[in-house]
Design a protein around this ligand. Structure first.
Ligand SMILES: [Fe+2]
Length: 310
């Protein structure tokens, strides 16, 4: 196993300017493809990568289920390349065509014409907390509608939780402590996760994860089927990338800027890349019991005071 101490390659303000942009293969110098621990210049852990650590039998069981969790959405914030225009942020990576939904002109400045971002395929599995649109904690729609598929994915979820405990014990302990304060209705059994985000064939724009527990740690895997190149996960500040394939596990600091390189299909070969992010949603410990949250939903009224649900 390799242990790497990396240097910072871009200034903080340069990396900040990459938010919402799509990276290219020229955005990294090192690509990690074998068991490696990577530490930042300040000594903090950036990531641990373990090649093929997840048993193939567990992957084969989970993949057909989890792949159905990614459905069409526009709602993925900065990762979808969907951020408000920041006129100060004109630093772009060579070859990028859009930034925050605005076309980059030949001189590197941004066009005034906003282009609606393309939909992406992504979804939530497990449980999620209150939002302004849905002010109650709930089981995600996919999980409610696919209990048998969720059950097939459990061994994978639990294996990743166990690996997290072994590989990054301090962060695991913090996340476990938060789970212990959370009503069990909202924690995936025998794991320290409340939620999984599933993405299909998605080149994320540069972003930092949001809504997960800050003192926890990002856990990811990907299923790669058919023929494609790229979609490497890049940490542009350190010009470091990871090539994640079926059975691989990455534990990483998802509060560092990160994004994917383009997914390049091999001509004439069907392909699919399903990436999964396992995490604890930071406010789930505030949720009441499943019954209480359901009662709250039933008490909701429309603007004219009539019950929303009867
Ligand atoms: Fe992310």
């Amino acid at each position: 196993m390799d242990i790497v101490h990396i240097t910072q390659c871009l200034a903080d303000e340069e990396v900040d300017c990459l938010a919402g942009t799509h990276l290219h293969e020229n955005c990294y110098d090192h690509i990690i493809d074998e068991d490696t621990d990577v530490y930042k210049p300040n000594g903090e852990l950036l990531l641990k990568f373990r090649k093929g650590i997840i048993p193939l039998s567990i992957c084969k069981q989970a993949y057909p289920s989890l792949r159905t969790g990614a459905t069409k959405t526009y709602n993925r914030g900065t990762a979808g390349g969907n951020i408000k225009k920041d006129v100060k942020s004109n630093f772009v990576v060579a070859g990028n065509q859009t930034k925050g939904g605005y076309r980059v002109k030949k001189d590197g400045t941004l066009s005034n014409v906003w282009e609606r971002p393309k939909p992406i395929l992504s979804g939530l599995i497990g449980f999620t907390d209150k939002t302004s649109r849905m002010p109650y904690c709930r089981t995600t729609r996919w999980t409610n509608e696919n209990p048998e598929k969720f059950a097939l994915a459990l061994p994978l979820i639990q294996f990743i939780s166990k690996s997290f405990k072994e590989l990054v014990p301090e962060r695991y302990k913090a996340q476990k402590a938060r789970c212990d304060k959370t009503i069990k209705d909202w924690v995936i059994p025998n794991s320290v996760f409340t939620t999984i985000t599933v993405n299909k064939n998605w080149q994320t724009a540069v972003h930092k994860d949001a809504g997960d527990l800050a003192e926890g740690f990002g856990c990811m895997t990907a299923f790669s089927a058919g023929g494609y190149k790229g979609c490497n996960l890049v940490f542009p500040k350190y010009r470091t990338a990871v090539n994640m394939r079926t059975g691989d596990l990455i534990l990483c600091d998802v509060h560092e800027w990160h994004g994917n390189t383009p997914l390049v299909p091999k001509i004439g070969v069907p392909h699919e890349r399903i990436s999964c992010v396992f995490y604890y949603r930071e406010n789930m410990y505030k949720c009441g019991t499943l019954k209480k949250e359901l009662d709250d939903v039933k008490r909701r009224n429309t603007r004219d005071g009539t019950p929303l649900y009867i």
